[in-house]
Design a protein around this ligand. Structure first.
Ligand code: HEM
Length: 511
């Protein structure tokens, strides 16, 4: 929905554009240009209305073209929908890179303006010190194996009380519940006992920031054009600064420790590091919340599948201690619940609208045919890809909960590169194992213990907030009230989780 702040932002950009930009000249070797109904600003409006979904919508309108160009006033977006061209992007990883987007995030999302800090963060190819990608690389090993399982132990300790509460409250908003569960579990597991997001006011300020990013990201007089989001960001940054000054990071996860260490060794000020952390939480929660919601929605909406999954979890991942406590085991969910894991990935395939993005850092000719000019952006929307027959076979449009099973009834061969929910290699979400542990442990326990029915009795899809700039999992924009009732099979039982130190990884398909 466009509001007055969006109009102000657009107005400011147009004015600037006319002064600074001579109109985009199109080289005939570049991918064909497609225009939208509204001259000059059509694609910008499209992006504000439809967020990351705009690229997919444009690609769907031109199915005959494997790649198209969209004029975005200051820059161009090249939108790719062909698996062959996507592989060509992977082959040109040196000149089509994700790295410069980290600097964009630091400046336009986290609001860092200090030129010295931006230089430190900027990638080395562009003359900077490359700290942005050093921080990302430092994090990756902390999101698998032992450190991940330690985080999982904390995460699940925090999620369980919320699952207990489901049995005490009859009517509640399921989406809000997913937000609370994710926020509580992800932030405390990461930041430790002094977690600044324990304070509900800080959580709310963060959501003001996240939901207002559409206007904030333009970074044009943000205190005026995106006031609520800008104030929210400042409030959270102040709380994180306080946490760091009081030494909270010394009791946090290894993930927090390595980010802090890399940032301080790299020369960031504590103030700018606090700002960077505000943006970081997007990675942790913005996709996990809607993914959790759609998992619950899609399972409870399919009673036969729900029944099969309950049986699989009961048979393979539920243990009963001598005192009668029932525990769900994470390793067994990873290794012995193939239907649950396959269903989870099918829900991600059908519900996500990811759009892996790369910046063209040097003129590149893709597949010996298409010229991509330096300074423009490449986007590979998953919606057309996730439904392509050549990628997924003739059931590409259908929901097939067994699509990702390796054995037994699996039918068509899959083509690598089609599953883009966690990105496209070499930039793959390092948090996918944490997100999968969080969602699947929670889902496994909830489906065993509760029957959930929407108020009104019908699982009718709520409308989505399509303008989100950061979530690819379809966040919703309305309340979703449900009633839950404890299942009589497990009346009076005490519950727990079991997380054993292990490989800390799910066998997930990646793009
Ligand atoms: C269902 C939940 C999630 C989904 C669907 C998801 C999806 C993605 C995608 C698509 C990207 C790559 C973007 C691109 O190529 O343009 C990405 C990057 C990233 N994700 Fe996730 N993510 C999820 C949860 C998480 C969690 C829980 C964490 C942290 C624990 C996390 C941390 C990150 C980080 C740090 C990056 C940047 C990687 C880099 O710069 O190399 N994500 N995620």
């Amino acid at each position: 929905m466009i509001d007055i702040t969006h109009i102000l932002v657009i107005g400011a950009l147009v004015a600037l554009g006319y002064f600074m930009f001579n109109g985009s000249r199109h080289d005939p070797r570049e991918p064909p240009f497609v225009t939208s109904g509204i001259p000059i600003l059509g694609h910008m409006f499209g992006m504000m209305w439809h967020g990351v979904g705009h690229w997919g919508n444009q690609a769907k309108k031109h199915p005959e073209q494997p790649i198209i160009s969209l004029d975005m006033l200051f820059t161009k977006f090249y939108v790719i929908t062909s698996p062959d061209l996507m592989q060509a992007v992977q082959r040109n990883a040196k000149t089509l890179s994700f790295e410069p987007l980290l600097l964009f995030g630091a400046r336009n999302i986290s609001g860092i303006s200090n030129p010295k800090t931006l230089d430190i963060l900027r990638e080395t190819d562009a003359g900077g010190q490359g700290l942005g990608s050093k921080i990302m690389h430092a994090m990756t090993p902390t999101l698998v194996g032992k450190p991940l399982d330690l985080m999982n132990v904390q995460m699940i300790r925090l999620i369980q009380p919320l699952i207990e509460k489901m049995g005490e409250t009859s009517t509640f908003d399921l989406y809000e519940w997913c937000k609370d569960a994710t926020m509580a579990a992800s932030t405390e597991a990461t930041y430790g006992p002094m977690n600044p997001y324990k304070d509900k006011e800080i959580q709310d300020a963060w959501w003001d920031f996240e939901t207002g990013l559409g206007a904030l990201i333009a970074n044009t007089l943000p205190w005026l054009t995106a006031r609520k989001a800008w104030k929210g960001r400042q409030k959270v940054a102040d709380a994180i600064l306080k946490y760091l000054q009081e030494g909270g990071q010394n009791q946090g996860s290894e993930l927090t420790a390595v980010r802090w260490k890399a940032s301080m060794e790299g020369g960031l000020s504590i103030e700018d590091y606090s700002k960077l952390e505000v943006g970081m939480l997007i990675a942790f929660v913005s996709n996990t919340v809607p993914a959790m919601f759609w998992c619950l929605f899609d399972l409870y909406d399919r009673p036969k599948l729900l029944d099969e999954l309950r049986k699989e979890v009961e048979a393979n991942a539920l243990s009963v201690a001598t005192d009668g406590t029932h525990s769900i085991d994470l390793t067994a969910i990873r290794e012995q619940c193939p239907l649950l894991l396959s269903t989870f990935q099918e829900i991600l395939r059908t519900r996500s609208n990811s759009s892996p993005t790369r910046l063209v850092i040097k003129d590149t000719v893709l597949a010996d045919k298409y010229l991509l000019k330096a300074g423009n952006t490449v986007s590979m929307p998953s919606i057309p890809m996730a439904r392509r027959q050549e990628v997924w076979g003739d059931t590409s449009e259908a929901f097939d909960e067994r699509r990702f099973m390796n054995s037994g009834e699996k039918k068509e061969a899959r083509r690598a590169g089609g599953f883009l929910t966690f990105g496209l290699s070499p930039t793959i979400c390092p948090g996918r194992h944490f997100a999968s542990s969080e969602i699947l442990l929670l889902v496994a326990m909830v489906i065993l213990r509760y029957d959930i029915v929407p108020v009104g009795g019908v699982w009718k899809e709520p409308s989505k907030d399509t303008s989100s700039m950061v979530s690819i999992m379809g966040p919703i924009k309305e309340k979703f009230p449900v009633n839950s009732t404890p299942r009589k099979e497990y009346a009076g039982i005490k519950w727990g989780f079991h997380v054993e130190e292990g490989k800390g990884q799910f066998p997930l398909v990646i793009g």
